[in-house]
Design a protein around this ligand. Structure first.
Ligand SMILES: Cc1cc2nc3c(=O)[nH]c(=O)nc-3n(C[C@H](O)[C@H](O)[C@H](O)COP(=O)(O)OP(=O)(O)OC[C@H]3O[C@@H](n4cnc5c(N)ncnc54)[C@H](O)[C@@H]3O)c2cc1C
Length: 312
């Protein structure tokens, strides 16, 4: 219920603008988004990599409206790749196809994606493609397939809540691809997606086993300790090589679990989002865990009492 309410509020411009005005300034947004600029994200990335973890950089923003915006997003992704390489940061980038104009012009989007994958390949880096709402699943998979036909450095997210996902994996197996398994972050209808946590978790379990049984290089992107334990048991039992799988978690979420995985010597990548359009991402993180709202409230209360005492 609280989750639905926050999700609903996250679509209200008046609310998101109010959050956006204060989030970075008063600091509460930095818990999940280290900053608005690439320089800030790279600073955090360097710190994380120094501890032996990897990172994935993601410039926030979805659904561009014009070809110019799509080309600008391509340019930023390429700059991100060049900076990672120049600074010897052990990381890659995560891209969203709607930022590259998927909803306006599929051919343009595919060609921009190809340019990004080619640049990454030349620099010896990898690219991960995020998966968005179900209206875009087919076309995202098709573009991923054409990238895989030309390059071997791309990965893609698939969502455990969709009924179709096991079939999609069968279709993709021929590329032996890097697959990021997520539970799924969008609201999808009951005719195509599991709705309850129990069913989504059961699907995630099955897909862990499927990925570890095949020729995939799986990325387990979850903060769920039960899923993490299932992966840890399975890789141990199967003797699955540590250089063929990894865990991936969002910056600032379940830092305790991230620490535990890293301390156990298991591969961990931290997904670092940054950019001026951080608000919808931030609101999604709040909606996933209403308890997160408490620290926002605490931070706002502390800020207004600071302001009051400076006015007094
Ligand atoms: C690296 C990465 C990449 C992703 N890429 C995509 C993508 O491309 N497409 C897509 O649809 N989704 C993506 N997601 C989001 C994903 O689909 C889920 O919505 C999100 O990860 C929450 O699911 P969970 O597996 O953590 O499990 P849940 O069952 O949601 O949570 C399990 C536990 O994790 C902790 N937790 C989860 N979320 C939060 C939070 N916001 N704050 C604090 N604690 C929390 C809590 O302890 C919770 O009990 C990605 C997630 C990660 C980690």
């Amino acid at each position: 219920m609280v989750r639905e309410l926050i999700f609903w509020l996250s679509k209200k411009p008046a609310v998101t603008q109010a959050v956006a005005r204060r989030g970075m300034k008063s600091g509460f947004a930095r818990r999940f988004v280290p900053g608005e600029t690439l320089a800030e994200a790279l600073g955090v990335a360097e710190e994380i990599c120094r501890t032996g973890r990897k990172i994935s950089l993601n410039q926030l923003g979805e659904s561009v409206k014009t070809p110019e915006e799509a080309h600008a997003a391509r340019d930023s992704y390429i700059t991100m790749l060049r900076e990672l390489s120049a600074r010897h940061i052990d990381g890659n980038i995560s891209i969203k196809l709607t930022q590259l104009g998927l909803e306006q012009n599929r051919e343009m989007c595919e060609s921009l994606t190809m340019e990004i994958a080619r640049t990454a390949k030349e620099l010896g880096l990898t690219v991960e493609m995020d998966m968005e709402g179900s209206a875009l699943t087919d076309v995202t998979i098709e573009i991923f397939e054409s990238v895989c036909e030309r390059f071997d450095n791309a990965g893609m997210a698939i969502q455990a809540y969709l009924f179709r996902t096991e079939k999609d994996l069968e279709r993709l197996a021929r590329f032996r691809p890097k697959i990021r398994l997520v539970k799924g972050a969008y609201r999808e209808p009951a005719k195509i997606a599991y709705q309850g946590k129990k069913d989504v978790d059961a699907s995630y379990h099955r897909l862990i086993d499927r990925l570890l049984a095949g020729d995939f290089s799986p990325i387990f992107a979850t903060h769920d300790p039960m899923m993490v334990a299932h992966v840890q048991d399975a890789v141990r039992r199967l003797g699955f090589p540590a250089n063929r799988y990894e865990f991936e978690m969002l910056y600032g979420i379940r830092r305790d679990l991230q620490e535990q995985i890293h301390a156990a010597g298991q591969p961990l990548r931290v997904y670092i989002p940054f950019g001026s359009q951080w608000c919808p991402y931030f609101m999604r993180r709040l909606s996933e865990r209403p308890a997160n709202c408490l620290f926002v409230l605490r931070s706002l209360i502390a800020e207004s009492s600071r302001q009051e005492s400076s006015h007094n």
